[in-house]
Design a protein around this ligand. Sequence first.
Ligand SMILES: Cc1ncc(COP(=O)(O)O)c(C=O)c1O
Length: 290
Amino acid sequence: MESRLALLDGQFQPQLTKFGINHFVHVPMAPADPILSLTTGFRNDKDPKKVNLGVGAYRDNAGKPYVFPIVKKCELEIVNDPTLDKEYAPIEGVADFIKGSQGVIFGWDAPILASGRVATCQALSGTGSLKIVADFLAKWRKAPIYMSKPTWANHTQIFQAAGLEVRDYTYYDAKTKGLDLDGMLRDLSNAQPGSIILLHGCAHNPTGVDPTNEQWHKIAQVMKENDLFPFFDQAYQGFASGDLSPKQCEQMIQKHHIYMTGNGRISIAGLTTANVDYVANAIKDVVDNY
Ligand SMILES: Cc1ncc(COP(=O)(O)O)c(C=O)c1O
């Protein structure tokens, strides 16, 4: 046992070549990730009142990770599916998964899918997808990429590491705590034609500020005029927008007795643990049926 431990220990010592050179001695320690180091602090905190608001992940009432029942159900189905044979997936990914992702993202009967104009590639998470896109763009469409000011911190590093020049465009107005649309449109019209523009599909990270439908149309117009190439990072689809239509809102009141304004805005302060499931089911009903 001891000799085994000594052997393992040897693996973790700096590896020197026969000339005594350590190939990686010059590599500096990466800075600590601010969110993950919060989690370490949280784990080590013994106070029973502790709460972790750093990571965007669901927790149950005991503060433990909450796994959606549908996720568990699907996991069981996968485990019990005799057709899944654990063979290598094709390079672009598993065909059914790709088809399913397209349906969720674009809408199951979206004309763009029917016309075969969408190319999809399965990747590992959002970060892995961004890495593939960044490498692809760096190889095949070398142009500056503009990012909103501010944007998700890793965007800059991923695209810079791929070799693209990263620039920014005005987005957040600290005074109004909203979108600086004029500033954004100005920067987009002054951007170098042909550039890539990174946009957040919804639930902009970190500001939470999204353009309205009308503002999106204006943004699209300027991008078209200036020959800019839109690239959407859609990390939070279904978490922020997708407002109920006026008709669906009406059904929420008439059919389910849930009172809300016709623009689809919901004040979650009105929810309790007793009625949250009822409201969720009512939303599902009006989305499915109206
Ligand atoms: C805007 C944005 N893009 C991509 C990601 C990365 O997603 P994932 O955690 O699936 O790698 C995140 C995660 O925080 C994000 O906020």
